[in-house]
Write a protein that binds this ligand. Structure first.
Ligand SMILES: [Zn+2]
Length: 279
């Protein structure tokens, strides 16, 4: 089996000039196999570029996922902000699907003062609307809300696994750095990471581990969770144990490295993953 396809969050720094098509080619040149298209500051890609990206990705054996804009809050008190959030996710999904991406991730919502159980129902309702909209237009891409890095944000692993149970076709995007930061550094052993994968497998079926959308990079946390992504060299996150668990559970899918030194760390993760996989 192909195992995990590891790559960068967006265009590698060494791609010149910095365009998505060049990014795909550069990812392959570097010996990586995956790129996440970063629409974090807005969905700006023409259909023509999307088809060009698709063709290059197929030719160079690079898989793709998408990160929708940061400005999303499905639990906003203002209906027009909720609607704009849904449109941003749908735009990212539509153009991403044209480019051949398999999964679109996003930070779904903030709790504000609401009970997380209520927020869950609100998010679930909007997710249902978006799934229906994508299905109506035959847009074939997975909606993958991401595990978030702080306690004010909707997106614990349990919430997202439950969304996956309630809404077939939805799977969590598992950001191990966020899980670690949100736990204030508590979740950091091999057993902890194995338990994450077990929870997914137990509730969404073992086949859920055959195509997981993963984020992994160094991170720094404070008393309120995530502060910022840092190079692997500077993090206390036990990323080696994360990779060991991914190997032991034979996880397949896409692993995006969101490090500030993108491809340098993606290559470290790939090297370590292969070393663990062969031993
Ligand atoms: Zn994210």
């Amino acid at each position: 089996m192909a195992g995990l396809r590891i790559g960068t969050a967006g265009v590698p720094h060494s791609a010149k000039p910095q365009t998505t098509p060049n990014g795909v080619v550069r990812v392959a040149e570097l010996g990586l196999q995956h790129m996440e298209i970063e629409f974090v500051h807005g969905v700006r890609m023409s259909e023509k570029t999307a088809y060009q990206v698709r063709e290059l990705a197929e030719r160079h054996n690079v898989s793709l996922t998408v990160h929708a804009p940061y400005y999303i809050n499905l639990n906003s008190a203002e209906p027009e902000k909720v609607e704009a959030s849904k449109q941003r996710i749908l735009q990212a999904a539509r153009i991403g699907a044209k480019a051949g991406a398999k999964s679109v991730t996003f930070h779904a919502a903030f709790y504000h003062e609401a009970d997380p159980k209520q927020v869950y129902q609100v998010v679930k309702g909007h997710m249902e609307d978006m799934l229906a909209e994508l299905a109506k237009h035959g847009v074939d891409i997975r909606l993958s809300p991401e595990t978030t890095g702080g306690p004010t944000q909707f997106g614990t692993l349990e919430e997202l696994v439950r969304l996956g149970q309630d809404l077939p076709g939805v799977f969590p995007c598992v950001d191990f750095a966020h899980l670690y930061a949100r736990s204030l550094g508590e979740l950091n052993t091999y057993e902890d990471f194995a338990a994450v994968l077990e929870l997914i497998s137990r509730n969404l079926g073992p086949e859920a581990l055959q195509a997981v959308h993963i984020h992994l990079s160094g991170i720094e946390h404070g008393p309120r969770g995530e502060k910022r992504h840092v190079p692997l060299e500077e993090t206390a996150l036990n990323y080696r144990a994360v990779l060991q668990a991914l190997v032991d559970f034979n996880v397949q899918g896409w692993l995006t490295c969101e490090s500030p030194i993108l491809e340098e760390d993606a290559l470290i993760l790939k090297g370590l993953y292969e070393e663990l996989d062969q031993s």
